[in-house]
Unconditional design. Sequence first.
Length: 196
Amino acid sequence: DWFDTILPEGDRERIRGIFLRTMEGIETSGALNPILTKDGHQTMLRWSNTMLKDEFGVTTAVLAVGTDVTELLKAQASALQSARLAVIGQMVAAMAHESRNALQRIQAGLDMLSLDLADNSDAMGDICRIGRAARELHGLHEQLRNYAGPVNLETLAVKLPNTWRRAWEDLAQTRSGRDITLEEDTGSIPLVLLVD
């Protein structure tokens, strides 16, 4: 039985129904369904169905010609995904532009605060951390904006302990009032890396 041999189990009744509608004279060309190949994979076919009639006009058979559209469907799905990504890219570019304006306003506000609070070392530490976070966010926006261009790594020699110490400083408010200490044991290993 062609239906039981060639069709995946979940599609058998639906395709049988399409075949029976064709036998009743209902137009069913363009139906799309998977079939099982000899090696067990599925291939998508689009069908053109024609009723074959005897001399009295009675349908005696259906001529069904299936065209493999597997690659076409994959190409269509890929094109749709590309179109969606293009729209997302345009949206990200617009957001990056608008966010950059907001980041510039934040930086201007921080500059004014630092003038007013120059005598308060705790407040200045907070202002420095906020400024650094704003600059990092600005850098991310620049990376997003330049994403379509060639990748240019900007490597610098970085002392790894400075990186985790900065992270430790950034968490100062979170660890406030808790009994937490940062312990470092680097031995004699030089922890300088070239990083982007």
